[in-house]
Write a protein that binds this ligand. Structure first.
Ligand code: APR
Length: 236
């Protein structure tokens, strides 16, 4: 394995599965029990704010359940970042805080964060672990009923895209972990890297939709394959 200087890692729900957080697709996925249009779109929020706020209140409470902790895959990424002499950026589609709790620093949540909310009047983003109701008042501008989850819904533009594209263009290794490759723009990152001749690696339970585009793939539970892969990378 060669030495890489600039590394971009993308993670998806699969890296948090062994910590007890539901993935979205596949057996028992979150979208099996919920209609995306109703709970994960702005139109759904406008139609029924209470239903959407309740859906995210439940997921925020789930994240706080006893036993929900970073797993060996989260910890392996944070340790690698601490010891890597070159550039390292972790882009996650996940809205949980397990990467932060594992110690990751150069981290961008492209789909937002469960523990943050946003006022639609003054646009202030702030941390909140409390339930959000349709009547919740913004503590900054005092507007009531304008506070929404700081989550990117389907049809909305993910965060940090300019920076992500810049870093993808100049990295020499792109690693995708625990994502099914179903949702763009994240699912397109491997294509951007591939077009630039960048080495691309997939670490997943099973081959994703974009598996054929990766230079190599390692398959199995993230808590096994992620520590193994990054331990080998550190030895280069
Ligand atoms: N270890 C490694 N990979 C796993 C594990 C595990 N223990 N368990 C599941 N996986 C893999 C699955 O094989 C699947 O390919 O993780 C992937 C999870 O796929 P999805 O549930 O589609 O999650 P993700 O790819 O993150 O979804 C992307 O879709 O709904 C939106 O905004 C949501 O960020 C999410 C986006």
């Amino acid at each position: 394995m060669r030495r890489y200087s600039s590394i971009v890692v993308l993670t998806g729900a699969g890296i948090s599965a062994e910590s007890g957080i539901q993935t979205f697709r596949g057996g028992g996925g979150l979208w099996e029990g919920h209609d995306i249009e109703e709970v994960a779109t702005f139109d759904g929020y406008v139609r029924n704010p209470r239903k959407v706020l309740s859906f995210y209140n439940d997921r925020r409470r789930d994240l706080r359940r006893a036993g929900i902790e970073p797993n060996a895959a989260h910890l392996a990424l944070a340790e690698f970042e601490r010891n890597h002499p070159g550039e390292f950026l972790l882009v996650t589609q996940n809205v949980d805080d397990l990467h932060e709790r594992a110690g990751s620093r150069e981290l961008r949540h492209m789909h937002g964060e469960l523990d943050k909310v946003r006022c639609q009047r003054c646009h202030q983003v702030y941390s909140s672990r409390e339930d959000i109701e349709p009547s919740t008042q913004c503590p900054w501008c005092m507007a009531a009923g304008r506070v929404r989850p700081h989550i990117v819904w389907f049809g909305e533009m993910p965060f940090h895209m300019d920076e992500i594209h810049l870093r993808l263009a100049r990295c020499d290794l792109f690693v995708s972990i625990g994502t099914s490759g179903n949702v763009y723009p994240a699912a397109g990152f491997v294509e951007l890297a591939h077009q630039r001749g960048i080495t691309t690696v997939e670490l997943n339970l099973e081959p994703s939709e974009g598996a054929a585009l990766f230079s190599e793939g390692h398959y199995g539970p993230a808590t096994t394959i992620v520590p193994e892969f990054f331990a080998r990378l550190r030895q280069t």
